[in-house]
Design a binder for this molecule. Structure first.
Ligand SMILES: [Zn+2]
Length: 550
């Protein structure tokens, strides 16, 4: 009975609200879109939460209480958010769309549990593929029962005549067969700056590191533009499902600019892309010729410099040797002379320099370069990508010269299985130290480094706030003194990334005059101690609905 009355009451209330809304629809200023009955996290300076907002010509006209917005504005399309939360569109501040395209078009080896499973998948793939060069990505020996790096013995037997390249999940190590070894002229005698051909008992194992991988990747026959376009659009759809409306693409070649521009021209790319250029000659010419380049939703005004490798493959450059390999302290992938040259070039063309720095030695080198830049320009926003292992005295220096950290919380919880073995307890204090970093800089950009990690932003929240992976491990969270709050995490995925790409005046928060780029979350965005999946219910870019779960 009670339920019945309640139903009738809510029915009456519904009638009333429609009537009230219709009457308000007839008066007031005309706008294109109204979102109401929502919890709009504006991520403005006061982190204000509003009920409703009005949008015209892709921009926000006003945010305010429900009645105020509904009385003041009218429109053809009003969306009742049913009390759901609304956030500015998320940015993934460090991703690799091009690698993900590659991964989708090639064989995916993530989730493999042993090297034998890798071989099994390869045979199956080769049987139905017409490609004359097999490329697979995503293996990670630390997830296998036998946690050792593989060699190419079995691979050579299975594929004696067709080149095979198996890239490790972090992209800093690869296993290749003898056929490819010959094709690329790689042997124990190869001298490659910033790269290595790994040997065992004085024979090549097939394992190669860092710049040695470039020697083989340049031999891969390219996919067609059409294949890449179609795959990029698939990825775009997946990003919108998570409320991600912007990606900082961490390194592209000159030829890749065309891929983005072709999809902008055909009006199919809605995603905002901030692309960092690799410092090749062609890209430098591009920077000289174009300066700060903007073509609709593609902007280019930065270089990506790869300072060192990864901790997983012991390629990160450390001040002191690895704790689990006293003979190695990793190596730089960009020489000091090249660092000097490219940083001077960036200053000259007023491009931002974003340097991949994992090891504490590389981070120190980058900080010294940033200190030089600070003398010329205070608001340079030069970024340290990853800022993964820092000497505690270097964390202190972060704020002095305006360094802008760009970090990936999911790396912390993925690496926790072996990070302490690699660098030891003492150095772990300055590793994945997001709270310490944020305390110094007051701002940072969050990303995932996809496809190394999933681009699911709710996993980033879980990793940053709970410091746990998808399996909810480690049980008590990893180094919990380095956990950040949910609010800081949201800021790190919305407003702060726009500072990292000089777009804070047009997006990143929901404020009057800014782009109406936002998503309605399906479930409330929280950080639960037990992980909960979440998605966008609807995603909008400049008021255009680009995704709907309905
Ligand atoms: Zn990366």
């Amino acid at each position: 009975m009670l339920k019945h009355i309640a139903l009738r009451y809510s029915g009456l209330f519904f009638l009333f609200s429609v009537f009230a809304f219709q009457s308000s629809c007839m008066k007031g200023k005309k706008v294109d879109l109204i979102i109401h009955n929502a919890k709009i996290y504006s991520v403005d300076g006061n982190y204000t939460i509003f009920d409703a907002m009005a949008v015209k010509d892709g921009k926000i006209v006003e945010l305010g209480p429900e009645r105020q917005i509904l009385n003041k504005y009218r429109c053809e399309e009003a969306i009742d958010a049913n009390g759901k939360e609304v956030y500015p569109g998320f940015t993934d501040s460090h991703g690799h769309l091009l690698s993900l395209i590659d991964q989708k078009l090639n064989l995916d080896l993530r989730e493999t549990k042993s090297f034998d499973e890798v071989l099994f998948k390869l045979e199956k793939y080769a049987a139905k593929s017409s490609r004359k060069f097999i490329v697979a990505r995503g293996w990670d020996q630390s997830l296998w029962a036998l946690k050792e790096f593989p060699n190419n013995e079995k691979l050579n037997k299975l594929f004696p005549n067709i080149p095979v390249l198996l890239i490790r999940v972090d992209g800093h190590a690869a296993l290749i067969n003898e056929c490819l070894m010959k094709k690329a002229n790689l042997s124990k005698d190869s001298k490659i700056a910033g790269g290595k051909v790994i040997m065992a008992n004085n024979v090549e194992t097939g394992l190669i590191l860092d710049n040695a991988i470039n020697e083989v990747t340049k031999l891969i026959p390219p996919f067609s533009l059409k294949e890449k376009q179609e795959t990029l659009l698939e990825i775009q759809e997946e990003l919108f499902q998570y409320g991600i409306t912007s990606v900082h693409e961490a390194g592209i070649n000159f030829e890749d600019i065309q891929l983005f521009e072709s999809l902008i021209k055909s009006k199919k790319l809605n995603l905002n892309v901030y692309a960092m250029l690799y410092p090749t000659e062609k890209n430098k010419d591009f920077a000289k010729k174009n300066g700060h380049y903007v073509n609709k939703n593609l902007s280019i005004r930065s270089f990506k410099v790869v300072g060192d490798g990864s901790l997983g493959s012991r390629g990160a450059c450390l001040k002191k040797p690895y704790s689990d390999d006293q003979h190695s302290h990793g190596f730089l992938l960009t020489s000091l002379a090249d660092f000097k040259e490219i940083s001077a070039f960036c200053r000259k063309v007023d491009y931002q320099m974003n340097t991949h720095a994992i090891g504490d030695s590389t981070n120190k080198i980058v900080l010294d370069i940033i200190a030089q830049t600070f003398k010329y320009k205070k608001d340079h926003r030069w970024r340290i990508e990853h800022a993964q292992v820092l000497d505690l005295i270097d964390i202190e220096k972060l704020t002095l010269y305006g360094a802008f950290p760009s970090v990936q919380p999911t790396h912390a919880v993925s690496d926790q299985r072996w990070a302490e073995n690699r660098i030891g307890k003492a150095r772990l204090k300055g590793a994945y130290a997001y709270k310490s970093i944020l305390d110094k800089t007051g701002i940072f950009a969050l990303g995932t480094d996809f496809p190394v990690e999933s681009f699911d932003p709710f996993l980033t929240i879980h990793a940053a706030v709970q410091r746990k992976n998808v399996q909810n491990l480690p049980k008590n969270g990893l180094l919990m003194n380095e956990a950040i709050s949910l609010k800081e995490c949201i800021q790190g995925m919305t407003l702060w990334p726009t500072f990292a790409c000089f777009q804070e005046n047009k997006s990143g928060s929901l404020e009057k005059g800014k782009d109406a780029t936002f998503f309605i979350a399906d479930l409330p965005v929280r950080s639960y101690s037990t992980f909960q999946q979440n998605f966008a219910f609807m995603t909008f870019i400049k008021a255009k609905k680009v995704y709907s779960a309905e």
